[in-house]
Design a protein around this ligand. Structure first.
Ligand SMILES: [Fe+2]
Ligand SMILES: [Fe+2]
Ligand SMILES: [Fe+2]
Length: 481
């Protein structure tokens, strides 16, 4: 009779020494009891709440944030937050949890902490609240969850948290760099007390994930934040000095057969960069349509991020050509300004759908891609290739979340058309109010591009001077041609 050595997690050998437990972790790690389902659910709900609130803040602050780069980063971070909140919702739903209670605020102090960040007036304090307090606290909580739960029993949650941690890490890295640009020692000193308040709120909440010992709320301090007042008016930084300029009609140029594809690329890059106004407008729809299913937030934020990407493709395209777009191109905000201040959120969505479904016929996105290919500039072709693919997705999102609320597709399109027609983008009023002279910036851009290419400007192309004085910027009249 042989006595075998006692077995233990430390000495256990798997067959042929293959990685145990499907390679999730070591056997000793899998043998730690870790957290029970209730404890996991409580933490996951807090993580979900943090992503939801961060999404809300990035969306709410995007439109009126002047710095273009921050607008773009807020678009990306909001999209990440929407996706991770969705993954956490799904996971909580798998954990014996109905009713899910995902819309219940898990802790009053945690709520006030996010309310404070949402309502803080300055960009500097917003960045401090987001990237010096909230995002690092979320990164820590995700890390702690992965460390403390059983990696085998709770593998699906670990997977969700692991993917989330990757992108929260990216947010944190971006935030550190943004703070280096904005949070000077003087700025930090000026907001030191407010920052301490945020830390105190987190401590009173028992930390973002509720795992730290709860600290009592300091007597005499109000457990409430200042009310947030949403600002739907887009703002831009100083590289957009003429935001009411509607002096160059990009679409008329683009659809004129007599102009060369390489020159049309300049106009398409302008159109791409001008898409900065779509995130500005879509953020206002999201902000002003609370109570929708989370899938709506995910899809709409994805589209918002795509539009931000298109703007950045335009920016990169100009830089690639050696063109200083801030000097040579007047990127306006008249569309987002007019929609955000003149229409309700559903009307705005209708206009967006109306314009985007008009981009699908042969003369729309396909045509722009063909121009990109014909220009011989592979980057221009690439921009339009993805712009087109993304717009197909956006038409689907419009069908799912806007058309589905209408009696028919026909009614959905007519309602969008009617609302777009009722928007007042008053060329003459902008001039009368001294907001712009609608300067024709095209000849200077064209001349600069020709100089960079070493070509002589074509007189007819140089003389292009069609403005938006008498036309709106969609394809309604052009698409039939
Ligand atoms: Fe777009
Ligand atoms: Fe686009
Ligand atoms: Fe789009």
């Amino acid at each position: 009779m042989t006595t075998s050595a006692p077995i233990s997690p430390a000495t256990y050998r798997s067959y042929r020494d293959l990685p145990p437990v499907a390679g999730l972790c070591t056997l000793p790690q899998a043998a730690v009891p870790g957290l029970g389902v209730d404890a996991c659910v409580a933490r996951l709900k807090r993580l979900h709440y943090a992503f939801k609130r961060l999404h809300e803040i990035w969306i709410a602050r995007l439109t009126a944030e002047p710095a273009y780069e921050l607008k773009m980063a807020f678009s990306l971070h909001a999209y990440y937050a929407a996706e991770h909140a969705a993954a956490l919702r799904k996971r909580v739903g798998e954990m014996r949890e109905p009713p899910l209670g995902l819309d219940v605020v898990p802790d009053r102090a945690l709520e006030v902490c996010f309310d404070e960040i949402l309502a803080t007036p300055a960009t500097e304090s917003l960045l401090l609240g987001l990237y010096d307090v909230a995002v690092p606290a979320l990164a820590d909580a995700l890390e702690r969850y992965r460390r403390e739960t059983n990696p085998l029993a709770d593998s699906p949650s670990v997977r969700v948290c692991r993917f989330a941690a990757l992108e929260v890490g990216d947010m944190a890295t971006y935030g550190t760099q943004a703070l280096a640009a904005y949070a000077t020692p003087a700025v930090r000193a000026a907001h030191a007390a407010w920052r301490t308040r945020l830390e105190t709120l987190l401590a009173v909440a028992g930390g973002l994930d509720g795992t730290a010992p709860v600290v009592p709320w300091p007597a005499g301090q109000a457990l409430a934040a200042a009310a947030f007042v949403y600002d739907p008016k887009p703002q831009r930084d100083e590289r957009f000095p003429d935001p009411y300029n509607m002096g160059v009609h990009a679409e008329v140029f683009l659809y004129d057969e007599s102009f060369a594809p390489a020159d049309k690329v300049l106009m398409m890059l302008y159109k791409r960069l001008r898409e900065i106004d779509v995130p500005e407008m879509m953020a206002s729809i999201l902000r002003e349509t609370p109570g929708k299913p989370w899938g709506y937030s995910v899809d709409m934020t994805r589209q918002l991020w795509d539009e931000a990407r298109h703007a950045m493709l335009g920016e990169v395209g100009f830089v690639r050509l050696g063109i200083d777009w801030a000097k040579l191109v007047r990127v306006n905000f008249t569309w987002s300004l007019a929609l955000n201040t003149q229409l309700g959120p559903r009307e705005r969505h209708a206009v967006l759908y109306f314009i985007e479904q008009g981009l699908m016929p042969k003369t729309g996105k396909r045509y722009e891609w063909e121009v990109g290919v014909a220009s011989g500039d592979p980057f221009a072709a690439l921009c339009q290739d993805f712009d087109w693919a993304d717009e197909v997705l956006h038409a689907r999102i419009g069908r799912d979340w806007y058309v589905s609320t209408c009696a028919s597709v026909k009614e959905a399109i007519e309602y969008g058309d009617a609302n777009w027609s009722k928007v007042l983008i008053d060329w003459n009023a902008y001039v009368a109010q001294g907001l712009t002279k609608h300067e024709n910036w095209w000849p200077e851009l064209y001349r600069a591009a020709c100089a960079l290419r070493g070509t002589t400007p074509d007189p007819k192309t140089l003389a292009y001077a069609t403005s938006y004085a008498a036309a709106r910027a969609d394809l309604k009249d052009l698409a039939s041609g």
